[in-house]
Design a protein around this ligand. Structure first.
Ligand code: ZN
Ligand code: ZN
Length: 251
């Protein structure tokens, strides 16, 4: 940016103020020369815009994210470092690179919040390990666990859940169970939504655009590393680029 300032004719001895705010660059510079000032303000706008699209660790394409309550612009590779991803290799379960437990060592598992969380008890240990849907591959783990480790009621429900998954028209994965999608969390179309939407197409299209906007990066992370669900074959994206731009503007 400063290089472009110089090209425009800026004297580098003059002060340029800058800081980071809400994960992006803020820059303050002013010239009495009206023409130069216009150019400088344009360069600043360009870099402020680029700063929320550029990973502040490596310079790759990035996106504004929230990490521990702070706004920060990161690429997916740097963002993912702050997320605990479940990996299953043979009998072993890992959280990122850290070994967590062996499937064969599990004594019992309690579930929470309609299977959105679990507490894993290991043999010879009174404490438990907590995992939940915020850990990518959570459902992959849930469907890999022997059902006898759960209470009989839970075991039956989990079996029924994975046997009866339906296609989600919003995210395009086979992850719909009863009244919501386990992957994108959206609810499937139903007549009662006619109160708020003209028809099914409008509802699905709007939900797809919201998902595509992906303000919490959830979709991007799932795409990047979650292998819990299969893609559906006849998934159709109902919006086009123009419609998305309009939608994003009005948001
Ligand atoms: Zn990066
Ligand atoms: Zn979905």
């Amino acid at each position: 940016m400063l290089y472009e300032f110089c090209l425009a004719g800026w004297n580098l001895d003059d002060r340029v103020g800058g800081k980071e705010k809400f994960g992006g660059l803020r820059c303050y510079a002013f010239s009495e020369d009206e023409k130069l000032n216009t150019e400088i303000q344009e360069i600043i706008r360009k870099y402020e815009y680029l700063s929320v699209k550029t990973c502040e660790k490596c310079g790759s394409a990035g996106k504004l994210r929230v990490v521990n309550g702070w706004d920060i612009t990161l690429c997916i590779n740097h963002y993912i470092k702050d997320i605990s991803v479940i990996h299953i290799k043979d009998d072993s379960v890992f959280l990122n690179d850290g070994f967590l437990f062996k499937l064969s060592e599990i004594k019992k598992i309690d579930t929470l919040n309609s299977f959105r969380g679990m507490q894993v008890y290991l043999s010879g240990d009174e404490t438990y390990i907590s995992l939940n849907v915020r850990n990518p591959n959570y459902y992959l783990l849930l469907r890999s666990l022997p059902l006898h480790l759960f209470s009989e009621e839970d075991g039956n429900k989990i079996r029924l859940m994975f046997e009866n998954l339906e296609d989600c028209e919003i995210c395009g994965y086979k992850a719909l169970w009863k009244d919501h999608c386990l992957r994108c969390n959206e609810e499937p179309w139903q007549e009662s939504l006619l109160e708020d939407y003209e028809d099914k197409t409008e509802y699905v299209k709007r939900s797809q655009m919201l998902l595509f906007m992906d303000q919490d990066s959830y979709e991007e992370v799932s795409d990047f590393c979650d292998r819990s669900f299969e893609k559906t074959e006849n998934y159709r994206i109902l919006f086009n680029e123009e419609e998305f731009k309009e939608f994003e503007k009005d948001w």
